[in-house]
Design a protein around this ligand. Structure first.
Ligand SMILES: [Zn+2]
Length: 169
């Protein structure tokens, strides 16, 4: 059965990470990992949990997410303003943050520049976190193509030029 298979999978995930399997952790893991790769805050997960019977408290959810992050099951991302996000995609990747909507999402890999910054003497780079803060343009100001992720600013763009095809295979 699909449902019980998922539970076994989740149990193994926790055990392999060296976490004791508890009912609360299983509940939170199911909520968190049940929807594919995503970015959540403890508050958002708490809101989702409120529909299930006997939901965990916000503090439990937060502590559990921290435990998961310590064991490498999720990636913790601290943002401007102090809000902590948890990302179920753990490999290195960078983020956009749309501040007024509180949305955190991945920057497509093809747009990520290659960093070649040497660590200062006596240190090594332990990780690279890049979050680009966004704000929405006022209505009607966005002249760019919605798809294609062209990052140029609209001003100075020659509108007679067709947009470059950025997704040529
Ligand atoms: Zn991400």
């Amino acid at each position: 059965m699909q449902a019980s298979g998922k539970i076994v999978e989740m149990r193994e995930k926790l055990e392999q990470a060296g976490l004791r399997v508890t009912r609360q952790r299983m509940m939170i893991a199911n909520l968190l990992f049940g929807k594919g790769d995503r970015h959540v805050t403890a508050e958002a997960l708490y809101a989702e949990a409120s529909v299930i019977p006997y939901p965990p408290s916000l503090a439990t959810i937060y502590n559990t997410l921290r435990d998961f992050a310590d064991k490498g099951l999720v990636r913790e991302i601290a943002l401007f303003g102090g809000k902590v996000w948890f990302d179920t995609k753990i490999g290195p990747h960078f983020h956009f943050y749309l501040e007024d909507r509180e949305e955190l999402f991945d920057i497509p890999e093809e747009l990520i520049p290659c960093f070649d910054i040497p660590a200062p003497p006596g240190t090594r780079i332990a990780g690279v976190d890049v979050v680009i803060k966004l704000e929405r343009l006022p209505e009607g100001m966005d002249l760019r193509q919605p798809e294609g992720m062209d990052l140029r600013q609209p001003e100075g763009m020659d509108l007679r030029q067709p947009p470059k095809a950025s997704t040529a295979a």
